[in-house]
Design a protein around this ligand. Structure first.
Ligand code: NAX
Length: 333
């Protein structure tokens, strides 16, 4: 039996965490043989709710959960963690300007980045979910200068899953027969969902000639339906549920971490927002969603994909947005 790993979830009394923690506890993230010690962090006013979550973990009698630490103190929550799932963030309130939102979140992720640098395991793997996720991850990475930037990522897997699901619906195959749909850029409305490298039923979608399957190559559908639907899916869920995506976000977090740690399947590309090394002419030092493959606990950006002119124009827009967010965020550091 492996020795337990310490897994931090922040925002642990929130909605996403209420699905996520129980998926982790049941072995869906690290497999059925990996014991875990949960570190759960939220803010002091949520201490009671957090206690309730911890009672439910206990009542779930999960064999893999060796201990649960509930905390409202950053230092104790971050100490020794091997995996940090930074879900908690300050939500945008009515009338709040984007800049003000960025400012509060910069202060949260600055503190948490410093805590990672000081207290976490040296090989900690960090996933930022709290919005604006890419820029929050960049702030945390910058403040945890003792840790390798490759250990940081932000979540665009939910966007990828949404996109793959829409493609499967369009062409009429099960979603597990759709892969390599890519999300480029920011986890925001400027994200670029890209089907040009998709694989359907083991064939490159671009070359499909069967009438049903080749509907994926309908440019009008791609630009007028598919892209805006993926970009606005979060808002559509809020409009319907009066709450933002939670269970699907938790499922995406599990998929992101499982692939990062255990590796992607042969030939499969997934999307992760990671530090740019200049690939695809994205400026170095942005946290940008790229197509990646993972092996031995490390991601690498897939090189050499052919980018169409229309996708390139959209990549430029999301790049510009991320540069502006970075500038604003860094002015608060
Ligand atoms: P909730 O508001 O239900 O929960 C957030 C929790 O974080 C609350 O319990 C709050 O007290 C806590 N929190 C706030 N500041 C904290 C701090 N400094 N330290 C620790 N905990 C803190 O939101 P939920 O629906 O769970 O969503 C969480 C975050 O995920 C939001 O920022 C949301 O925008 C973001 N999302 C990101 C997605 C992505 O794909 N990257 C998709 C889903 C989601 O919208």
């Amino acid at each position: 039996r492996a020795s337990p790993i310490k897994v931090l979830v922040t925002g642990a009394a929130g909605q996403i965490a209420y699905s996520l923690i129980f998926m982790i506890a049941s072995g869906q993230m690290f497999g059925p043989y990996q014991p875990i010690q949960l570190h759960l962090l939220d803010i002091p006013k949520m201490a009671d709710a957090l206690k309730g979550v911890s009672m439910e973990i206990q009542d779930g009698a999960y064999p893999l959960v060796h201990s649960v630490l509930c905390s409202t103190d950053v230092q104790s929550a971050f100490t020794g963690v091997h995996v940090a799932l930074l879900v908690g963030a300050f939500p945008r309130g009515p009338g709040m300007q984007r800049k003000d939102l960025l400012k509060v979140n910069v202060s949260i992720f600055k503190e948490q980045g410093e805590a990672l640098g000081k207290y976490a395991s040296r090989d900690v793997k960090v996933l930022v979910v709290g919005n604006p996720a890419n820029t929050n991850a960049l702030v945390a990475l910058t403040k945890a200068s003792e840790l390798p930037p490759q250990n940081f990522s932000a979540l665009t897997r939910l966007d990828q899953n949404r996109a793959a699901s829409m493609v499967s619906d369009k062409v009429g195959v099960n979603v597990d027969n759709v892969s390599n749909v890519i999300i480029w850029g920011n986890h925001s409305l400027t994200q670029v969902p890209d089907v040009t490298h998709a694989i359907i039923n083991n064939y490159p979608a671009a070359g499909l000639t069967s009438p049903a399957l080749s509907t994926i190559n309908d440019d009008k559908w791609v630009s007028e339906s598919f892209m805006p639907l993926v970009q606005n899916r979060g808002a559509a869920v809020i409009a319907a549920r009066k709450l933002s995506s939670a269970a699907s976000a938790a499922n995406a977090i599990v998929g992101h971490m499982r692939d990062w740690l255990m590796g992607t399947k042969q030939g499969e590309i997934v999307s992760m927002a990671v530090i740019s090394d200049g690939s695809y002419n994205v400026p170095k030092g942005l946290i940008f969603s790229f197509p990646v493959t993972c092996r031995n606990g490390e991601w690498s950006i897939v090189q050499g994909l052919k980018i169409s002119q229309s996708i390139q124009q959209k990549i430029d827009i999301t790049t510009k947005e991320l540069q502006e967010e970075k500038e604003t965020a860094f002015s608060f550091l």
